[in-house]
Design a protein around this ligand. Structure first.
Ligand code: 13P
Ligand code: ZN
Length: 301
Protein backbone atom coordinates (compact mmCIF):
# COMPACT_ATOMS: atom_id res chain seq x y z
CA UNK A 1 0.00 0.00 0.00
CA UNK A 2 1.41 3.42 -0.98
CA UNK A 3 1.80 6.45 1.22
CA UNK A 4 -1.39 8.08 -0.04
CA UNK A 5 -3.59 5.02 0.52
CA UNK A 6 -2.33 4.24 3.99
CA UNK A 7 -2.33 7.88 5.14
CA UNK A 8 -5.81 8.52 3.78
CA UNK A 9 -7.22 5.35 5.29
CA UNK A 10 -5.95 6.18 8.75
CA UNK A 11 -6.71 9.87 8.57
CA UNK A 12 -10.27 9.51 7.31
CA UNK A 13 -11.12 8.19 10.75
CA UNK A 14 -9.46 11.11 12.33
CA UNK A 15 -9.22 14.79 12.72
CA UNK A 16 -11.84 16.54 14.84
CA UNK A 17 -13.77 19.58 13.68
CA UNK A 18 -12.04 22.96 13.90
CA UNK A 19 -11.62 24.41 17.36
CA UNK A 20 -14.00 26.87 18.90
CA UNK A 21 -12.86 30.30 20.10
CA UNK A 22 -9.28 30.30 21.42
CA UNK A 23 -7.34 33.32 22.60
CA UNK A 24 -3.97 34.27 21.14
CA UNK A 25 -2.56 34.99 17.69
CA UNK A 26 -4.13 32.59 15.14
CA UNK A 27 -1.77 30.07 13.53
CA UNK A 28 -2.19 31.75 10.13
CA UNK A 29 -1.04 35.05 11.68
CA UNK A 30 2.15 33.68 13.25
CA UNK A 31 5.34 35.13 11.74
CA UNK A 32 6.75 31.72 10.70
CA UNK A 33 3.49 30.79 8.95
CA UNK A 34 3.45 34.10 7.07
CA UNK A 35 7.03 33.50 5.93
CA UNK A 36 6.16 29.94 4.88
CA UNK A 37 3.17 31.19 2.88
CA UNK A 38 5.29 33.94 1.30
CA UNK A 39 7.86 31.37 0.13
CA UNK A 40 5.09 29.31 -1.51
CA UNK A 41 3.71 32.41 -3.24
CA UNK A 42 7.16 33.60 -4.35
CA UNK A 43 7.91 30.17 -5.86
CA UNK A 44 4.60 30.20 -7.69
CA UNK A 45 5.37 33.65 -9.10
CA UNK A 46 8.76 32.37 -10.32
CA UNK A 47 6.96 29.64 -12.29
CA UNK A 48 8.39 26.76 -10.26
CA UNK A 49 5.06 25.26 -9.17
CA UNK A 50 2.93 24.07 -12.05
CA UNK A 51 -0.32 22.50 -10.85
CA UNK A 52 0.50 20.82 -7.50
CA UNK A 53 4.24 20.75 -8.24
CA UNK A 54 6.57 21.30 -5.30
CA UNK A 55 6.12 21.25 -1.53
CA UNK A 56 7.67 22.68 1.62
CA UNK A 57 8.14 21.96 5.30
CA UNK A 58 9.34 23.85 8.38
CA UNK A 59 10.56 22.30 11.66
CA UNK A 60 8.90 24.46 14.31
CA UNK A 61 10.87 25.96 17.19
CA UNK A 62 9.68 25.41 20.78
CA UNK A 63 8.45 29.04 20.77
CA UNK A 64 6.43 28.43 17.57
CA UNK A 65 4.84 25.37 19.16
CA UNK A 66 4.08 27.27 22.36
CA UNK A 67 2.27 30.04 20.51
CA UNK A 68 0.27 27.64 18.30
CA UNK A 69 -0.67 24.72 20.52
CA UNK A 70 -3.82 26.37 21.86
CA UNK A 71 -5.16 26.13 18.31
CA UNK A 72 -4.32 22.45 17.79
CA UNK A 73 -7.24 20.06 17.24
CA UNK A 74 -8.83 18.68 20.40
CA UNK A 75 -8.74 15.28 18.72
CA UNK A 76 -5.72 14.98 16.37
CA UNK A 77 -5.72 12.40 13.58
CA UNK A 78 -4.71 8.81 14.25
CA UNK A 79 -0.99 8.03 14.21
CA UNK A 80 0.51 7.01 10.84
CA UNK A 81 3.62 4.81 11.13
CA UNK A 82 6.87 5.91 9.46
CA UNK A 83 8.74 3.48 7.20
CA UNK A 84 11.69 3.64 9.60
CA UNK A 85 12.20 5.45 12.93
CA UNK A 86 13.58 9.00 12.98
CA UNK A 87 14.66 9.13 16.58
CA UNK A 88 16.23 12.61 16.48
CA UNK A 89 12.89 14.05 15.31
CA UNK A 90 10.88 12.54 18.18
CA UNK A 91 8.29 15.04 19.38
CA UNK A 92 9.09 17.58 16.65
CA UNK A 93 6.29 19.48 14.90
CA UNK A 94 6.36 20.48 11.24
CA UNK A 95 4.38 22.92 9.14
CA UNK A 96 3.88 21.15 5.78
CA UNK A 97 2.08 21.73 2.47
CA UNK A 98 -0.83 19.41 1.65
CA UNK A 99 -0.60 16.62 -0.92
CA UNK A 100 -2.04 17.76 -4.22
CA UNK A 101 -2.31 21.38 -3.08
CA UNK A 102 -1.43 24.11 -5.57
CA UNK A 103 1.23 26.56 -4.31
CA UNK A 104 -0.79 29.40 -5.90
CA UNK A 105 -3.66 28.59 -3.54
CA UNK A 106 -1.62 28.53 -0.31
CA UNK A 107 -1.88 32.32 0.34
CA UNK A 108 -5.61 32.33 -0.49
CA UNK A 109 -6.55 29.57 1.96
CA UNK A 110 -3.67 28.50 4.22
CA UNK A 111 -5.68 26.30 6.61
CA UNK A 112 -6.81 24.06 3.70
CA UNK A 113 -3.49 23.94 1.87
CA UNK A 114 -1.02 23.57 4.75
CA UNK A 115 -1.08 21.88 8.14
CA UNK A 116 0.97 20.89 11.18
CA UNK A 117 2.07 17.31 11.84
CA UNK A 118 3.79 16.07 14.96
CA UNK A 119 6.02 13.06 15.47
CA UNK A 120 5.41 10.86 18.50
CA UNK A 121 7.87 10.63 21.37
CA UNK A 122 9.63 7.63 19.80
CA UNK A 123 9.97 9.17 16.33
CA UNK A 124 8.10 6.24 14.75
CA UNK A 125 4.76 7.79 13.70
CA UNK A 126 3.14 11.12 12.81
CA UNK A 127 -0.30 12.67 13.11
CA UNK A 128 -2.10 15.86 12.08
CA UNK A 129 -2.67 18.43 14.84
CA UNK A 130 -3.74 21.49 12.81
CA UNK A 131 -4.82 22.50 9.29
CA UNK A 132 -5.41 20.31 6.18
CA UNK A 133 -9.03 21.47 6.43
CA UNK A 134 -11.41 19.50 4.24
CA UNK A 135 -9.68 16.13 4.61
CA UNK A 136 -6.22 16.94 3.23
CA UNK A 137 -3.06 15.01 4.11
CA UNK A 138 0.61 16.08 4.13
CA UNK A 139 2.59 16.15 0.86
CA UNK A 140 3.34 12.83 -0.83
CA UNK A 141 7.01 13.79 -0.36
CA UNK A 142 6.65 13.69 3.44
CA UNK A 143 9.10 10.74 3.60
CA UNK A 144 11.76 12.89 1.86
CA UNK A 145 11.00 15.93 4.00
CA UNK A 146 11.22 14.01 7.26
CA UNK A 147 14.32 11.99 6.35
CA UNK A 148 16.15 15.07 5.09
CA UNK A 149 15.12 17.06 8.19
CA UNK A 150 16.54 14.25 10.35
CA UNK A 151 19.90 14.39 8.56
CA UNK A 152 20.14 18.19 8.30
CA UNK A 153 19.11 18.70 11.94
CA UNK A 154 22.08 16.55 12.95
CA UNK A 155 24.72 17.92 10.58
CA UNK A 156 23.80 21.58 11.17
CA UNK A 157 23.39 21.05 14.93
CA UNK A 158 19.76 22.11 14.76
CA UNK A 159 20.25 25.19 12.56
CA UNK A 160 18.44 24.01 9.41
CA UNK A 161 14.65 24.19 9.74
CA UNK A 162 13.27 24.89 6.24
CA UNK A 163 13.03 22.38 3.40
CA UNK A 164 11.82 23.56 0.02
CA UNK A 165 11.10 21.37 -3.01
CA UNK A 166 10.50 23.17 -6.33
CA UNK A 167 10.34 22.35 -10.06
CA UNK A 168 12.45 25.15 -11.61
CA UNK A 169 12.65 24.62 -15.37
CA UNK A 170 16.30 25.46 -16.05
CA UNK A 171 17.49 23.05 -13.36
CA UNK A 172 15.24 20.34 -14.79
CA UNK A 173 16.39 21.10 -18.36
CA UNK A 174 20.02 20.85 -17.23
CA UNK A 175 19.37 17.27 -16.06
CA UNK A 176 18.54 16.42 -19.68
CA UNK A 177 22.09 17.34 -20.68
CA UNK A 178 24.36 16.55 -17.74
CA UNK A 179 24.54 13.20 -15.97
CA UNK A 180 23.38 13.18 -12.35
CA UNK A 181 26.74 13.68 -10.71
CA UNK A 182 27.36 16.14 -7.86
CA UNK A 183 30.75 17.25 -9.16
CA UNK A 184 29.57 17.75 -12.75
CA UNK A 185 26.55 19.80 -11.64
CA UNK A 186 28.41 21.80 -9.04
CA UNK A 187 31.22 22.75 -11.40
CA UNK A 188 28.83 23.73 -14.21
CA UNK A 189 26.73 25.89 -11.86
CA UNK A 190 29.61 27.48 -9.93
CA UNK A 191 31.43 28.34 -13.16
CA UNK A 192 28.38 29.82 -14.89
CA UNK A 193 27.63 32.61 -12.42
CA UNK A 194 29.70 34.21 -9.62
CA UNK A 195 26.94 34.17 -6.98
CA UNK A 196 26.31 30.42 -7.15
CA UNK A 197 29.30 29.27 -5.08
CA UNK A 198 28.21 31.76 -2.40
CA UNK A 199 24.67 30.31 -2.33
CA UNK A 200 25.82 26.66 -2.24
CA UNK A 201 29.45 26.56 -1.00
CA UNK A 202 29.24 22.78 -0.53
CA UNK A 203 27.87 22.38 -4.05
CA UNK A 204 24.73 20.54 -5.10
CA UNK A 205 24.02 16.83 -4.92
CA UNK A 206 22.40 15.24 -7.97
CA UNK A 207 20.29 12.09 -8.17
CA UNK A 208 19.23 10.21 -11.31
CA UNK A 209 15.52 9.99 -12.07
CA UNK A 210 13.59 8.13 -9.41
CA UNK A 211 9.94 7.51 -8.63
CA UNK A 212 8.72 10.48 -6.55
CA UNK A 213 6.88 10.31 -3.27
CA UNK A 214 8.45 7.21 -1.78
CA UNK A 215 11.02 6.05 0.72
CA UNK A 216 13.67 5.14 -1.92
CA UNK A 217 13.99 8.72 -3.18
CA UNK A 218 13.74 9.92 0.44
CA UNK A 219 16.68 7.77 1.60
CA UNK A 220 18.79 8.67 -1.44
CA UNK A 221 18.10 12.39 -0.94
CA UNK A 222 18.82 12.27 2.79
CA UNK A 223 22.15 10.52 2.13
CA UNK A 224 23.02 12.99 -0.64
CA UNK A 225 22.26 15.98 1.59
CA UNK A 226 24.46 14.95 4.53
CA UNK A 227 27.14 17.28 3.20
CA UNK A 228 25.16 19.58 0.91
CA UNK A 229 22.22 21.95 1.33
CA UNK A 230 20.78 21.29 -2.14
CA UNK A 231 19.95 18.23 -4.22
CA UNK A 232 18.88 18.10 -7.86
CA UNK A 233 16.35 15.43 -8.84
CA UNK A 234 16.84 14.56 -12.54
CA UNK A 235 13.85 15.29 -14.80
CA UNK A 236 11.97 16.50 -11.72
CA UNK A 237 13.26 19.44 -9.67
CA UNK A 238 15.36 20.18 -6.59
CA UNK A 239 15.40 20.21 -2.80
CA UNK A 240 16.97 22.93 -0.64
CA UNK A 241 17.61 22.98 3.11
CA UNK A 242 18.40 26.08 5.18
CA UNK A 243 17.94 27.73 8.58
CA UNK A 244 15.55 30.38 7.20
CA UNK A 245 12.89 30.78 4.52
CA UNK A 246 14.95 33.49 2.79
CA UNK A 247 17.96 31.16 2.61
CA UNK A 248 16.00 28.13 1.32
CA UNK A 249 14.26 30.22 -1.34
CA UNK A 250 17.57 31.93 -2.15
CA UNK A 251 19.35 28.62 -2.77
CA UNK A 252 16.74 27.54 -5.32
CA UNK A 253 16.70 31.02 -6.87
CA UNK A 254 20.49 31.20 -7.28
CA UNK A 255 20.86 27.62 -8.54
CA UNK A 256 17.99 28.07 -11.00
CA UNK A 257 19.50 31.32 -12.33
CA UNK A 258 22.94 29.74 -12.72
CA UNK A 259 21.32 26.77 -14.52
CA UNK A 260 19.62 29.17 -16.94
CA UNK A 261 22.87 31.02 -17.62
CA UNK A 262 24.72 27.73 -18.15
CA UNK A 263 22.11 26.45 -20.63
CA UNK A 264 22.08 29.73 -22.57
CA UNK A 265 25.86 29.99 -22.69
CA UNK A 266 26.24 26.36 -23.80
CA UNK A 267 23.61 26.70 -26.53
CA UNK A 268 24.91 30.04 -27.79
CA UNK A 269 28.52 28.87 -27.79
CA UNK A 270 27.51 25.82 -29.81
CA UNK A 271 25.60 27.99 -32.31
CA UNK A 272 28.57 30.32 -32.70
CA UNK A 273 31.07 27.46 -32.80
CA UNK A 274 33.06 28.81 -29.84
CA UNK A 275 34.05 27.34 -26.46
CA UNK A 276 31.92 28.65 -23.57
CA UNK A 277 33.93 30.94 -21.24
CA UNK A 278 33.66 30.01 -17.55
CA UNK A 279 35.01 31.11 -14.16
CA UNK A 280 38.34 29.27 -13.76
CA UNK A 281 39.01 27.07 -10.72
CA UNK A 282 41.46 29.61 -9.27
CA UNK A 283 38.73 32.25 -9.60
CA UNK A 284 36.35 30.09 -7.56
CA UNK A 285 39.05 29.61 -4.91
CA UNK A 286 39.52 33.38 -4.79
CA UNK A 287 35.77 33.94 -4.24
CA UNK A 288 35.87 31.40 -1.41
CA UNK A 289 38.79 33.23 0.21
CA UNK A 290 37.26 36.68 -0.24
CA UNK A 291 33.91 35.64 1.26
CA UNK A 292 35.33 33.13 3.73
CA UNK A 293 33.18 30.31 2.28
CA UNK A 294 33.32 26.76 3.67
CA UNK A 295 33.56 25.28 0.18
CA UNK A 296 33.87 21.61 -0.72
CA UNK A 297 37.35 21.68 -2.22
CA UNK A 298 36.88 18.29 -3.91
CA UNK A 299 34.63 20.06 -6.43
CA UNK A 300 37.64 21.96 -7.81
CA UNK A 301 40.54 20.73 -9.97
P1 13P B 1 2.53 16.85 -3.58
O1 13P B 1 1.34 17.55 -4.22
O2 13P B 1 2.11 15.55 -2.95
O3 13P B 1 3.24 17.75 -2.63
O4 13P B 1 3.52 16.44 -4.74
C1 13P B 1 4.08 17.40 -5.57
C2 13P B 1 5.45 17.05 -6.00
O5 13P B 1 6.19 17.93 -6.40
C3 13P B 1 5.93 15.65 -5.91
O6 13P B 1 7.32 15.58 -6.09
ZN1 ZN C 1 8.15 17.33 -7.13
Amino acid sequence: MGFFDSAQEVLDKGVSAAKGAVSGVAVEQQAFVKQFVRMCEDGWRQGWHERNGGNASYRMSPEDVQSCKGFFYDTPSSWVPLASPLINLAGEKFLVTAAGSFMRNVPLDPVSNIGIVELDDQGVAWRIVWGFKGGGVPTSELPSHLMVHAVRKDVTIGADRVLYHAHPDNVVAMTGVLSADARAFTRALWKAMTECIIAVPKGVAALPWMVPGGTDIARATADAMIGRSACVWAQHGMFASAPTFDEAFGIVHAVEKAAGVWLKAQATARTLGVEPIEIPDEGLRAIATTYNLPIDDSMLD
